[in-house]
Design a protein. Structure first.
Length: 770
């Protein structure tokens, strides 16, 4: 019975819609997002005007097979994207959510099939451990509700009883979910690779030959002399041939070679710097000593802090940043998400030359929009950012009522860091490593700390400013009450707090929404309000569904990022609930400022597509075993690769073997050969298609510099709640339409914000003429 409760939760006879609560004021006309009709993944109709790209059929459409002798029947199930304020819809456990849209044709009168009077649909686990009744269905198209099982079967049967709790009648149609294509490979196929013969080894006679799990020599200048072995995730299936892969074709690098960490200043917690229009601030990138769980490491930091200083700036202000580079790498600072003067965007080779070690650069930074932003290097971001060069900027709105009130604010920069044993995993010096999936860390960090703590009072409303600064990890955050026991006399764990999402990258959503978890891809920001009503302890957790690729199986991953301690407030537990912030928390309001501004652009929502981009990759000279396993793995790609479950293949791949590609299908131009031109004042509709038929398809967080955009639709489903963005998550096989507002002249970059994908080529330029 282990699946029974899960299936009962995952299937609903109808799709429920949450109420939006009381509005804070009149809603502007046309406040509901409207996008042009886009062909369903199951349809054969052509895409709308200007478009050639459509969602992946084999990931988001299931064709049902009729029982022999009943071939006149047919059916298809669309796995439709449900609404979410995030780039993908998941539950707190990390299961992807779909609205099932079932279309049936050719169903006869059930009485013609025997002693039946109803046609019923069912959802089952692949091994039929449990079967859950969806309900009566008929010819035509109908919603069968929400589906959140990782793998499932859909069945259509003829039944004598419409309310039969179990399948009793005749099977008519059946199909399995796309994820069910994952299954363990044939061991014989990999016998050659498993024995270590043939074309497996790239460096059979070179400097990087290895044996077993030993450390690997052959590092260049700046390295520490060894390539440690990547840590394996416990329980994952792994072929011996994978464990014998060569190290990546790059010299290993860690900062501070030959330096005693004790001679460096201990990194300080970040400071808050409040700036006004016309102010100046100094930022210096330098070596710091980071202490993590009683061990010291040499890393980087801005102004000796980790993270870098938090800059508080009023909306519409302009400040000057005097940057000094005191590390051994040339670098820049990119002011992520800001619509600032092009010369200060911080992109080497585009807006400036890299700042060489010991040199300085002067940035003029304009803060045009309220919201949460961050700064980081834009040269070898895979190394420099991961080692600590990042910080937040908060642009305070001119309107004091821009957000609903909160009792306090907290800033959380979410990261992960890769360790091998007790030491950091080196980086590739000449070129990036981990270029398939990006560098997944195994040490979770919040504001640079592995054991984050926050203390609040019961009933307080906390505004959390969340920024994902990781190289590749997409987080799925939620809170869990700690405590409780099998002992009946023990106090139960406190109930999880309610979470309200209010804003994202470049400002507020049109409407606040209740959410159960918060999904952030790299570089995205979200602003949420949380009220902890009960005293006690709560865990901040990241819960996702990992994939054992060789076993073809999903498994639950849960990482605890920190602890929130909630103290009773005032003479009674309800004392804090009287605060204005707490009183406002129960109401979901419409942000009139955001909604009215967005309403000005609705006339463009139905316009034809102006440009398209597709995202894919190209590989060269991969080891034999890697090539074979990756080809087998391409039978199914999950919408999001949540964790690093291919550690050896990923570590072995560098930007010499893997090239990630953004392509303009209209011209065939790729990456930096793309040469789009716009003019200030243009409003451009762009279709972004993450190609499923790729050697290794995975999600891409796509970032556009210097401008802002609206996400209009995902897989043809209109976005019901808009906000201005600068980064959008593109799940595998999906098609996303955005509306780009062009306001800033100059040459600008757009790229995947998985750091290793950026280093492996997935970037392009567009020019805006005045």
């Amino acid at each position: 019975m282990r699946y029974h409760k899960q299936i009962a939760r995952c299937v609903a006879a109808t799709l429920s819609v949450a109420a939006v609560g009381v509005l804070a004021g009149p809603v502007p006309a046309g406040s509901q997002a409207v996008a042009p009709a886009v062909s369903s993944p199951c349809d054969d109709t052509p895409p709308p005007a200007g478009a050639t790209l459509t969602p992946s059929r084999d990931l988001y459409c299931i064709f049902l097979t009729a029982r022999p002798g009943l071939e006149d029947m047919s059916g298809r199930l669309e796995l439709r994207t449900p609404h979410s304020p995030f780039g993908v819809a998941v539950n707190p456990a990390g299961n992807h959510l779909y609205e099932g849209i079932l279309t049936l044709e050719g169903l006869p009168d059930p009485a013609a099939l025997g002693e039946y009077n109803h046609i019923v649909a069912w959802l089952a686990t692949p091994l039929f451990d449990e079967i859950a009744r969806i309900g009566p269905v008929s010819n035509g198209t109908q919603s069968i509700g929400e589906i959140s099982l990782n793998k499932f079967m859909i069945l259509v049967t003829a039944e004598a009883r419409p309310d039969a709790p179990e399948w009793e009648g005749r099977l008519l149609l059946r199909a399995t979910s796309p994820s069910a294509r994952m299954s363990p490979p044939d061991m014989q196929e990999y016998l050659l690779g498993a024995t270590g013969t043939g074309a497996m080894a790239r460096g059979e006679t070179g400097d990087m030959a290895m044996a077993g799990h030993a450390e690997h020599g052959g590092m260049g200048a700046g390295g520490n002399g060894t390539w440690p072995h990547p840590e394996m995730m416990p329980g994952l299936t792994m072929f011996p041939a994978l464990m014998a892969l060569d190290p990546p074709g790059a010299s290993a690098f860690l900062p501070g070679a030959g330096i005693d960490p004790g001679t460096l200043p201990l990194a300080r917690p970040r400071e808050v710097i409040e700036l006004d229009d016309g102010d100046e601030v100094d930022l210096e990138a330098g070596l710091v000593r980071r202490r993590i769980r009683s061990r010291d490491y040499v890393m980087y930091g801005f102004n000796g802090q980790y993270p870098g200083p938090l800059l508080y700036v009023p909306e519409a202000a302009t400040v000057t940043v005097n940057f000094t580079n005191s590390i051994a790498w040339p670098t820049t600072i990119h002011w992520h998400g800001l619509r600032l003067d092009n010369a200060s965007d911080g992109v080497p080779g585009v807006t400036q030359d890299p700042v060489e070690p010991g040199d300085t650069f002067r940035y003029e930074i304009h803060f045009a929009d309220p919201g949460l932003y961050w700064y980081h290097p834009h040269h070898r971001e895979d190394i420099l950012k991961d080692l600590g060069l990042y910080g937040n900027m908060l642009v305070e709105p001119r309107r004091p009522d821009y957000y609903a009130p909160a009792d306090r604010e907290e800033f959380l920069m979410l990261d992960d860091f890769m360790m091998s044993g007790d030491e950091p995993m080196p980086f590739g010096m000449e070129r990036a490593t981990h270029t398939f999936m990006g560098r997944f860390g195994n040490l979770m960090l919040v504001n640079g700390e592995p054991d984050y703590e926050m203390e609040v009072g019961a009933g307080e409303v906390v505004r959390l400013y969340l920024t994902n600064v990781s190289n590749t990890r997409t987080f799925n955050l939620s809170f869990e009450g700690l405590g409780g026991s099998a002992d009946a006399t023990a106090a139960p764990a406190p109930a999880a707090p309610r979470i309200k999402v209010v804003g994202t990258d470049v400002g507020a959503f049109e409407r606040e929404e209740w959410v159960e978890s918060i999904v952030l891809s790299p570089a995205e920001r979200y602003i949420v309000h949380v009220r902890f009503d009960e005293p006690g302890e709560f865990a901040l957790v990241n819960r996702v569904q990992g994939i054992d690729h060789l076993a073809g199986a999903f498994f639950q991953e849960r990482d605890m990022l920190g602890t929130v301690r909630v103290a009773a407030s005032g003479p009674t537990p309800d004392a804090a609930l009287a605060s204005p912030a707490s009183a406002a928390f129960d109401t979901l309001r419409t942000n009139l400022h955001a909604a009215r501004e967005i309403a000005l652009y609705r006339e463009y929502f139905d316009a034809p597509i102006d440009h398209e981009l597709t995202f894919t990759l190209r590989t060269d000279d991969l080891p034999f075993i890697v090539d074979r396993l990756m080809r087998f793995d391409s039978a199914y790609f999950h919408p999001v690769e949540w964790s690093g479950t291919m550690p050896m293949m990923n570590w072995n791949a560098t930007s010499d073997e893997v090239e990630w590609i953004v392509r303009d299908p209209a011209t065939g131009d790729e990456n930096m050969d793309i040469a789009w031109r716009f003019e200030v004042g243009d409003v451009v509709k762009i279709r972004l298609h993450n190609e499923r038929r790729s050697f290794h398809a995975m999600q891409h967080p796509f970032h556009i510099h210097g401008q802002r955009f609206l996400v209009l639709s995902r897989n043809g489903v209109p976005n019901e709640n808009l906000a201005w963005k600068d980064t959008v998550l593109l799940p595998t096989g999906t098609t996303t339409d955005i509306l780009l507002e062009v306001t800033n002249p100059g040459p600008w970059m757009a790229h995947c914000h998985i750091s290793e994908h950026l280093e492996a080529g997935m970037r392009m330029l567009f020019t805006v003429d005045p």
